[in-house]
Each structure stands twice: as structure tokens, then as C-alpha cells.
Design a binder for this molecule. Sequence first.
Ligand SMILES: [Cu+2]
Length: 161
Amino acid sequence: MDNNLRSATEMGVTHFAMTPPPDSSVDARENRVIFQNKRATMEVASVSREFADVVFHIGGLDDPRIVMPLGADVTITFENQDGIHSHGWRLIKDTPPFANPHDAATKPLAFTGSEIAPQPPHGHGQAHFVANAPGVYTYVCPVSGDDGIGLYGEWEVSPSH
Ligand SMILES: [Cu+2]
């Protein structure tokens, strides 16, 4: 059992977004979640920890790099596990470092439909889109400035995956 899973269990946190998504491999050492085929279904949770940054959990990892083949059909179920602040999810056409972190929330979407509007504490949302262009993108929280506190990760769409 890796550290993320163990600490979550100890804290009594839900298993949502803590187990490998279907048809993926979770590489904890490289902090990556790799999808093997063109159907990528995953749970994403925004998590606030005391004395730490807010992060996204996917497959039990913090802000992992997501890798998937070109043309993948993506479904994301999002849960805001922060009990105080609103958070959402947005995949943008840009990579860090951002010239101005507060701009990340307004950058163009990577794909049509690749966003989940900010949800209140314990709120849920869903996104469905097709990753139909190869490249490296970034997922961020659309709440202005949250990307500056650790709430983002990279998303790779590989033409030769
Ligand atoms: Cu946020």
C-alpha cells in the first residue's frame, strides 16, 4: 500500500480518486497515471490538507501527470473534498511556468468540454471530451489564483502511445 492510500485510510478520507482508474497504470514513483486505450474514465478530487497546498487527487496521487493516447474519449467525475472553498477543474492549452499564475484560469480550453465549473464544498461535477490533438496541456482549478498554490498538473496526449 503506498503512502497516499495509507494516509487517506488513516484520515478516514473517502476512497474516491484514490484507486487506479480503469484501464490505467498508476506509476507512483514518476507520479503518472497512464491510460492504455482510448477510453479514459477517472475520478478527480480537490483536496485541502492542513498546513499544505490544495491538490488534485487522481488514482491516489497528488497532481499526477496524466498520459493517454490521441483520440481518447475522456470522462471525468469531480468531487470537491475541500470543506471550506469552492474548486473546479479545467484543462487548458498551456504549460507552467505561467507568466502570471492568475491567468491560467482564463486560458483557452485544451478541448471542447474540458472543464468543470467551480463546485461548492463537497459538490460534484462531470466533464466529457475527446482528446483529439496531441500535446502537453495543464489541468488547473478555475478559481483565480488556485493554480499558484499547487492545484495543477500536466496532461499529455501522445500520438505514438
Ligand atoms: Cu480551487
